[in-house]
Design a protein around this ligand. Sequence first.
Ligand SMILES: *[C@@H]1O[C@H](CO)[C@@H](O)[C@H](O)[C@H]1NC(C)=O
Ligand SMILES: *[C@@H]1O[C@H](CO)[C@@H](O)[C@H](O)[C@H]1NC(C)=O
Ligand SMILES: *[C@@H]1O[C@H](CO)[C@@H](O)[C@H](O)[C@H]1NC(C)=O
Length: 564
Amino acid sequence: MFGTNRLLIWLLLASSLALAKEQQPLQDDREKPLPSKSNPDTLPALLDALDVLQANYFEVWQGIWPKAIDWTSAVIGTYLSSALITLSTSYPALSSSKIADNTVNKYFSNLIGAYFGQDAFALRQEAYDDMLWVVLGWLESIKFIHEHSSLHYGTDNESRLAGPWYGEQWVPAFAHRARIFFDMASQGWDTSLCNGGMIWNPNLVPYKNAITNELYIAASISMYLYFPGDDNTSPFGVTTPPTLMIVDGPGRPHHPKYLAAAIEAYKWLGDSNMTDAKGLYVDGYHISGWSRERPKNGSNTRCDARNEMVYTYNQGVLLSGQRGLYQATGARSYLEDGHQLVSDVIAATGWDLKRGKVLEEDKPGHRLGKWRGLGRSGIMEEACDAEGYCSQDGQTFKGIFFHHLTLFCERLPDHLVLPGELFLSKGENDIPGGPREVQKWHDENCARYGPWIKHNARAALSTLDAEGKFGMWWGAPPHSTAEPDVNVELPSKAVDYRNLGVPHEWKNKRRYARETNEDDVHEDDNEGKIRIRDLNDRGRGRTVETQGGGVSVLRAMWELVDTR
Ligand SMILES: *[C@@H]1O[C@H](CO)[C@@H](O)[C@H](O)[C@H]1NC(C)=O
Ligand SMILES: *[C@@H]1O[C@H](CO)[C@@H](O)[C@H](O)[C@H]1NC(C)=O
Ligand SMILES: *[C@@H]1O[C@H](CO)[C@@H](O)[C@H](O)[C@H]1NC(C)=O
């Protein structure tokens, strides 16, 4: 099945691209030409990656990615929605609108399957970050539906097909799922410790980590921007009072409480001292001396025990939050913070952003480049990649970084959603230079990341096996007879609990503590034989999560490099 699909897509694309130059515009207004810079290989590679993701790792009859776990499925579903946005805007690169429609409908029907396949009941018992991935996923699907509908099915223009697009009927369902999960996750905001911040997991001793707080920021601001309201009272009899919603120029509603939550959480994170000397987010904080058994007057409530572990995804999720906060407030400082973070990340992979190339001393040769904190030789890497011990969690991280980088660097809108007198006494006219000026500056900054994104997308493509499956370690030397000399130095006081399991002392004995899934721990293939092997077959090998990473980095390349 995979082979046929893949071949078909290649043929269709090859023929369309060959014809594209001479062809006259087609009948409808969807056929706007793509920028001439676009690389003819990227979109086919992305569609291929997506085809393998859905043909090999998704079960239509169950509506699930069976090997994924709840939170990684939510992330993969988010990539599917984002890929649909890309497909919707890439009609000119596909050989006909009919084929493009069919591809969109195929994956959109997968997404509907995933809505019913999602184990919403189990997710309610999980950690707050697990719930927030769900929120981001369904908001992304709503974004896609509105974009696709207005791009191809608007009712306002006779030259378009009669609208609205049938996908619009799913918006209330997806919005309801997003709201239920946002409401549940919001219970993780806690002011009794550390003056605020989200708690990661109610089943463990209090841990205020970067990911849960970044997700809360990104989800709050996305609720503000994209949540259309919800009048479905199931299961708690609660709705969003429509009177509280602010309606913007194009008629979209926005609830100020979500903006307030995002601003407060951003402020807390900024004050939390969660970045290291390289400017990267460390993982999070425990409260030293905390004990549920002996809550004493005057006992410590400060976030003072820092886990110095650095993961790629902790540098990513905040970016979409920063972009949304700019869109909602017009405060350019959010974008400035984001560009600083991206520059710090790129530097920590051994890439010279000024020159647009790999650091001279890190040029790939026979030896691996020096470990720089988040990679080497310009290629993003998780600390667990080189030794092949990444868990299912760790295997998901790099894709998340590239997904949020893509959201961050998408072209900013010409007009912003500003609450005017209702929330901040700021209007578009108060932005120095206006939104267009910020848009131009933002685009120029994002363009500087292009060569690095391309370098990473190429590295990811180099891990493809004969079945079109991506590996985890993008920087792996292609063939190896021996264990590579990996030389990854973790900071002192770093606990890699996402890949090696949660330490015993983090567990709260009073309540059920989620054990690390047996699958999460790395397995050795004790073959003992010397043979040339693919380093990406070690550990968990190629999985739905590593495939998602491939989709994500290729989409970043297409959206941020090829079509700019
Ligand atoms: C309708 O679509 C055409 C073709 O894209 C465009 O030129 C025109 O401005 C549109 N009209 C309206 C009212 O949106
Ligand atoms: C921030 O955290 C680091 C590492 O724990 C610590 O060395 C530093 O003193 C902290 N800075 C502030 C202002 O608390
Ligand atoms: C804690 O201190 C407050 C005020 O100092 C006092 O009223 C309260 O009884 C104390 N609680 C405990 C559990 O000691």
